[in-house]
Design a binder for this molecule. Sequence first.
Ligand code: NAD
Ligand code: UDP
Length: 328
Amino acid sequence: MKKVLITGAAGFLGSHLCDRFIKENYHVIGMDNFITGDKKNLQHLENNPNFEFIEHDVTEFVSIEGGLDYILHFASPASPIDYLKIPIQTLKVGSLGTHNLLGLAKAKKARILIASTSEVYGDPLVHPQTEDYYGNVNTIGPRGVYDEAKRFQESITMAYHRFHGLETRIVRIFNTYGPRMRLNDGRVIPAFMGQALRGEDLTIFGNGMQTRSFCYVNDQVEGIYNLLLSDYSYPVNIGNPHEITIKDFAEEIIKLTGTEQRVIYKDLPVDDPLQRQPDISLAKKVLNWEPKVGREEGMKKTFEYFKSLSKEELYKSEHKDFNNHIRR
Ligand code: NAD
Ligand code: UDP
């Protein structure tokens, strides 16, 4: 039985990846320190003999007994509000955490896949974004803690690949959504759906003309799985190229949820990218992958999930008023 270590396992993407590898009959070790994750995302695996969990902060030395075939490093805050709230931990998990996991991969002769992000392109001047675009990041802006940690992560990963001959893979993930996102993590989909469910107005930041391209979680996980098992060592964009303005997206959510609320406008956060759309030609070519789930179907499934949450979770307001601190 092949053995895989997944960091960030209690998070949104990490927990879905655990499910995917369990389904393929791997022995899965999940690791997390719960800083933005939730135990309940892994509850269903608790009694599975092929799953084990280690509570650990990956910025500290990581030790695993026995052999390891693969490592997927997904630990990192991912929502802008999360990483603005815990900037130092975000920098540490992308740098020190990645260094520890690369060292572990080298010691175990394991292949490692690193979760990078479309944020390495910053506020992109090339559209759609291709992997050979170097990006437009404000190193000292509030989002820099995430963007630069991820850029460093890519650099140190390539250095381990070139210098130590380590088998490495780098996925540049574009906005992904689905069940198990935290309702209050501040990202636009949980934000709008939570507002609709609570009967609040939907908050559009800026004029709403900024664009994003949303990928359903199952498609994302499939792309990551294919990349891990491929022999391609350079970064690959995985996302859904179907682009939409945030304003039009808010209208879609109003229709889907049937809310009678309207949209209200708030300031655009500092360095919020104005456009984002993955060019996925490379993924199509080297992974034979493309997304299959359309936004309508994916959003419906996601809304069903948020509807199923308790009242207590719906009204938990961990980030209330925090937005005010990140304005220009
Ligand atoms: P998430 O916040 O749901 O999950 C991240 C998990 O990492 C959490 O469970 C958290 O507790 C854990 N973690 C953070 N720091 C840790 C540390 N020092 N030690 C151990 N565990 C730690 O976020 P997500 O959306 O699932 O994102 C997962 C990964 O994918 C991140 O690396 C993120 O940068 C990347 N990514 C996600 C998206 C997206 O749209 N979801 C887009 C681009 C990149
Ligand atoms: N956004 C918004 N209202 C919200 C939350 C987010 O208009 O309540 C906007 C945000 O400014 C950004 C887009 O939606 O332009 C996507 O934001 P998200 O936090 O989901 O992630 P990002 O793509 O910026 O990393």
